[in-house]
Design a protein around this ligand. Structure first.
Ligand code: ATP
Ligand code: MG
Length: 546
């Protein structure tokens, strides 16, 4: 027997011992196609697919389209694309609206058994009758209609005899139940709306709590995994299946905690609002927690799956720190991607004792962790750029990089000493006049002086201009502690990179040495313009306070 690694697998193991489902495991991922999938959905996707995989079972992709809102085909395409990108393949692709006829028959079955009735109360009156957590509800005056009358009225509802809201079909359960979901819940409503799939065939539509268990049962789902807010709905899930009575064994609903992530929201509705009002670039804005956004930002499917595994499945809602996702990204990228030198906020350096016009090719390893990734040649010359953060005119304590009078190692090249700072008329730095020690060439076996700082550089005449977009969290807390969009969540900079970056193509990932992991933006990178998104920074040991 396999080892259960979460409470859901423990339940499945128990079902396999009793033989409830004959050892079968069949799950489903049931999105409503009303937006792009986000990382919370990724958790549900990973859970459903890997659970099926573990037990040699299957997982369906089922569009939950029983609600007759306009389904957008853009969303449908994005959902399929995202699931495949994460590395999963569904067994069947299904639409819940295909089951409308069976659902109708199931409702008729409940009526025939005296378990459902047509109610003429208005939505407001139904709410009034429902009672509260402390007080029982009151029964509808229509509750005791005869089976025949209910059958006729329900048929007439279907035939379009009544307007929206005029009548509903309700399950006849218990108005005194401590679980409000069990107080004669509405299971069918009238809505004269065209459905994307069934057109005008229907003007009555099943409610989620009635439709969902039927969808699971029709497909032969064994374990129906859903988020915690449905725990109180489980008695109704079971009631519907038991009272329709057509399925044995019945699928079993198991709830797990929703994923919440710091610095962002996890609701299609709220994310859609950011897209619609143009606050972000689109559903795939690199700051968005959507799978499309994470992909464009540069996260790999492996890192997202690793993240979902590490957060595990719990029975209590919690907030996961987005640092964990970043950690997973670094772990995945570190051994895989090649390194490139890019300087931000560049400062010009002139090596005054280096021959004019001379260019040397310096050999640089592509990945410190994997020599199979080889090396490349990087030009070095008299004029270079270094990072703005790697120079301080008046160094703070423990600052070991470039400052007047100090000697540092230029990574893969020479020891360099800064001698003089040349200023522009406005007081800003024009260039640094430095000297190099020819004896200290990297790889020459030089064993002389020790230096404490090593910095990277880019040769000026061959440098490639790259546009770099550094991101922070999409949302931050305002003064009231409310999460709001952070307009400063992206910082765009023009940087200089080594010439090899000229060949980068959309989707190429690199470690920009000492800066972080970056991806060439899939939409904005062209032959002529290189735009890079920062996936994650490196955990830098020392940050200069500005
Ligand atoms: P939203 O509120 O973002 O629209 P939803 O739950 O309404 O989310 P659905 O398309 O109905 O979105 O969800 C499909 C599946 O994904 C459901 O089984 C749901 O439980 C799961 N899911 C949605 N959000 C999360 C989340 N944050 N964490 C884990 N699972 C989630
Ligand atoms: Mg929903």
């Amino acid at each position: 027997m396999q080892v259960a690694d979460n409470f859901i697998h423990t339940i499945i193991d128990e079902d396999n011992v009793t033989g409830k489902y004959g050892g079968e495991v069949y799950t489903r991922f049931p999105p409503e196609p009303n937006g792009y999938l986000h990382i919370g959905h990724a958790k549900a996707i990973c859970l459903n697919f890997t659970t099926a995989e573990k037990y040699g079972g299957k997982c369906n992709l089922r569009y939950d389209d029983t609600n007759p809102v306009k389904e957008d085909m853009e969303y449908v395409a994005s959902i399929e694309n995202d699931i495949k990108w994460l590395g999963f393949q569904w067994d069947k692709l299904l639409w819940a609206s295909e089951y409308f006829e069976t659902m109708y028959d199931a409702a008729v079955e409940l009526i025939k058994k005296g378990k459902a009735f047509v109610c003429d109360l208005s939505p407001d009156e139904i709410r009034e009758h429902r009672g509260t957590l402390k007080e029982p509800g009151r029964e509808s005056p229509y509750r005791n209609r005869s089976v025949d009358e209910n059958l006729r009225l329900f048929r007439e509802m279907r035939e379009g005899k009544y307007g929206d809201g005029e009548k509903v079909l309700r399950a006849k359960i218990d108005m005194a139940s401590p679980n409000i979901n069990m107080r004669d819940p509405v299971i069918y409503r009238i809505a004269h709306v065209t459905h994307h799939n069934t057109g005008d065939k229907w003007c009555i539509y099943p409610m989620y709590d009635f439709a969902h268990p039927l969808e699971d049962a029709i497909e032969g789902i064994t374990h129906s995994l859903c988020t915690l807010e449905f725990e109180d709905h489980r008695p109704l899930y079971d009631w519907c299946l038991e009272n329709v009575g057509w399925w044995d064994p019945q699928p079993r609903q198991i709830e797990f905690a929703r994923l919440n992530l710091t610095g962002t929201v996890m609701s299609k509705r709220l994310l859609k609002a950011l897209v619609d009002d143009g606050t972000v670039e689109g559903w795939d804005d690199p700051r968005m927690p959507t799978i499309a956004g994470l992909r464009r930002r540069g996260y790999t499917p492996e890192s997202i799956r690793d993240f979902c595994e590490r957060i595990g499945v719990a029975k209590a809602n919690s907030m996961v720190d987005s640092d964990l996702l970043d950690h997973c990204a670094r772990e995945d990228l570190k051994p895989k991607v090649e390194s490139r030198n890019v300087v931000e906020d560049p400062i010009k350096v002139i090596i005054t004792n280096y021959p004019e016009g001379k260019i040397e090719e310096m050999e640089m390893e592509n990945n410190r962790d994997d020599e199979n990734l080889g090396s490349r040649k990087v030009p070095f010359g008299r004029e270079l750029y270094v990072d703005g953060a790697d120079f301080m005119e008046e160094p703070v304590k423990k600052y070991f990089r470039l400052f007047p009078g100090n000697e540092v190692r230029f990574k893969g090249a020479y020891f360099i000493t800064c001698n003089e700072v040349v200023k522009n008329p406005d007081g800003s730095i024009k260039e640094l006049l430095c000297t190099y020690d020819p004896e200290t060439r990297s790889g020459s076996g030089f064993e002389g002086r020790k230096v404490k700082g090593t910095i990277h550089w880019v040769e000026a005449s061959t440098a490639v201009e790259v546009k770099v977009r550094n991101y922070t969290a999409l949302m931050k807390e305002d003064d009231e502690g409310e999460l709001v969009f952070d307009p400063d969540s992206v910082e765009e900079k023009i940087c200089y990179g080594e010439p090899a970056l000229k060949d980068s193509r959309p989707g190429d990932r690199y470690q920009f040495f000492r800066h972080g992991y970056y991806i060439a933006d899939s939409k904005l990178t062209t032959d002529d313009e290189k735009v890079f998104n920062r996936i994650v920074d490196l955990k830098s040991s020392f940050k200069v306070k500005k």
